[in-house]
Write a protein that binds this ligand. Sequence first.
Ligand SMILES: C[S@@+](CC[C@H](N)C(=O)[O-])C[C@H]1O[C@@H](n2cnc3c(N)ncnc32)[C@H](O)[C@@H]1O
Length: 263
Amino acid sequence: MASSVEEGSELLIYVDRRRKWIVRVERGKVFGSDRGTARHDDMIGREVGSSIELSAGFKAYLLRPLLIDYLERGFARRTQVLYPKDMGLILLLLGIGPGSRVLEAGIGSGFMTAVLANAVRPSGKVYAYEVREEFAEVALRNLRRVGLDRFVEVKIRDVKQGVEERDLDAALLDMPDPWDALGAVHEALRPSAPIVFFLPTASQVDKLLYRLREFGGFIDVRVFETLLREYRPVPGALRPETVMVGHTGYIVFARKVLKEGSS
Ligand SMILES: C[S@@+](CC[C@H](N)C(=O)[O-])C[C@H]1O[C@@H](n2cnc3c(N)ncnc32)[C@H](O)[C@@H]1O
């Protein structure tokens, strides 16, 4: 990756913790903010990590956006999406890495798909099932923007009607009624593989627990909730932010075992 700012590349323009923007650098364009403006032409060729002075005298740093920058301020959002605080734990529970083959349903706005694709590349694949084509299109646009679409195969299909793949390494179900997909997903996973569910309400978790018990092909069931508190990093005045994300959803984990008489 080039160490200087190139025309057509995306930059994170950083003024302070609250003032960060992802910008595509194009000749002739002007960046505008409440801290002043800057011509894109004056950014091209500068070293990434260097700063420029905005028209109002404020300093702005030219950084490469991280995936979390896109999740926080770059991607289009058409559905409820997973938050970074939950994504980290989900990734660990799924146990995936380069080369893994993962099932996801639904794709929503593709926020989690991007994180999964980033984990399984360069040789793995995310099979992302989605019933609403318009959401899948938004998700694909987000994935293309960060160059992760080639690690994802989108399927406009109801996951409850069956999964086409076999011997998958892991599955993530972020959809309202995952209990109706247990049979289809169980068939698609390799024995011992993890499955993770994300559900916004406790009553859904309760229903899932009953249905998992009834189904019988999953063990080691665990339920988590993550709380993340960000701090104001001010020397001499370190304190938590006043407002935090109070609730997103519950994470339920289980792993596939063979049902008697099945494979
Ligand atoms: C909350 S969104 C997923 C958000 C996604 N995890 C993200 O981070 O952007 C739930 C998605 O599941 C899709 N969905 C619901 N039922 C489904 C099913 N049976 N099969 C496939 N997708 C389904 C919905 O259309 C919706 O896009």
